[in-house]
Design a binder for this molecule. Structure first.
Ligand SMILES: *Cc1c(COP(=O)(O)O)cnc(C)c1O
Length: 348
């Protein structure tokens, strides 16, 4: 079985270091657990730094963490679907929202459960994923005041997720200006790991006082250019995959070329005979484009659902393990796959 090795110390250190930097600038960090697919040990590790507020995009992850005894509050990052309103009110303290229809349902359900639910209104600021206009947000804020079981906890914006739009100082200033219209709010949430360069570089955070951070904590990367963050660990997650075939074969397939397993017509460069190895992991478990072999060894040639094919260094044998660091999308799938074993280590 393929294995993901999770170094909890590296995760804890990354969160603690980022938190120290952010604290000095008056910014709270809500650590985001979604890339770890709601992993309990990872959540406990974050909670060892501080019991505060965590965030996740899936209510299922939040639910399982709360039921397992995680004490932190939770912010749901994806706007609740009507079908999950009851669970959202039950397990999440806050949710990101942009539709009055959803907020009305949250209010009704919160009343039923005898709770107060905090709404973070998302503003559209150019990246074109979630968020509404400032005009509509003002209308929603007025209507929230008339409701008994939801309250406006904050406003926020999201960057560099769909449109690749950067959270520049100008965008942060614009969001801060919007915030002046909502005197009742507690957080102004400026974005995600794409905001790290801004956070590190800025002397003036205006009224931004919160960030929602996943990738920077888990992988040690800022996400505008996927640059390593100084002082953060980069190997909190390492994939070990087993070799199931080693053969010297052509580098270019031979025969009549038609579609591959995924409907593409592949093209190949001919470099003669090479050493090819097959690993027992595939697209069902990982995004192969997001894997980087350790120490620059081996080259990934391709993958089908269950096989990863590499151009291997000499000396590789059937039964060996090959190690990779995963990108965010590769890690997300690894943590979600039931075919990948999780192993926790406390320092590598
Ligand atoms: C995933 C997500 C985040 C965290 O993003 P990272 O790049 O992992 O830091 C923050 N906010 C929202 C709305 C998200 O969906």
């Amino acid at each position: 079985m393929s294995r993901i090795e999770i170094d909890l110390d590296q995760i804890r250190e990354n969160y603690a270091r980022l938190k120290t930097i952010a604290d000095k600038k008056g910014i709270s960090i809500y650590p985001v657990t979604k890339v770890a697919a709601g992993d309990l040990r990872v959540a406990r590790t974050l909670e060892a730094v501080v019991v505060g507020t965590m965030a996740d995009s899936r209510i299922e992850n939040i639910r399982s963490l709360k039921l397992a005894g995680i004490r932190s509050d939770f912010l749901l990052l994806r706007a609740p679907a009507f079908s999950e309103i009851a669970e959202v009110v039950k397990y999440a303290n806050y949710s990101l929202n942009s539709s009055m229809a959803t907020i009305s349902k949250l209010d009704l359900e919160a009343k039923k459960q005898g709770k107060q639910h905090g709404v973070v209104l998302m503003l559209e600021m150019g990246d074109l994923r979630e968020g509404t206009s400032i005009e509509n947000a003002l209308t929603i804020a007025r209507r929230i005041k008339e409701l008994g079981n939801v309250y406006l906890y904050g406003i926020g914006a999201n960057f560099a997720c769909y449109g690749g739009v950067a959270p520049t100082a100008e965008k942060m200033q614009a969001l801060s200006n919007y915030a002046k219209n909502f005197p009742e709010i507690q957080i102004v949430s400026g974005g995600n790991s794409a905001n790290i360069s801004w956070l590190l570089g800025t002397d003036d955070t205006y009224s931004i006082n919160n960030l929602r951070i996943g990738e920077a904590i888990m992988l040690g990367l800022e996400t505008l250019n996927r640059e390593p963050i100084k002082g953060l660990n980069r190997e909190a997650f390492v994939l070990a995959a087993e070799v199931i075939e080693v053969e010297k074969k052509e580098s270019s397939p031979y025969g009549e070329i038609a579609q591959d397993a995924f409907g593409n017509v592949p093209e190949f460069e001919d470099e003669g005979i090479i050493t090819r190895a097959i690993l027992s992991i595939g697209r069902q478990d990982v995004d192969p484009d997001g894997l980087t072999p350790f120490n620059g060894q081996h080259t990934i040639l391709g993958a089908s659902s269950d096989h990863l094919i590499i151009k291997a260094e000499e000396g590789i044998r059937v039964g060996d393990e090959v190690y990779f660091t995963p990108s965010y999308s590769a890690l997300l799938r690894l943590m979600t796959s039931p075919f990948v074993q999780k192993k926790y280590v406390t320092s590598r």
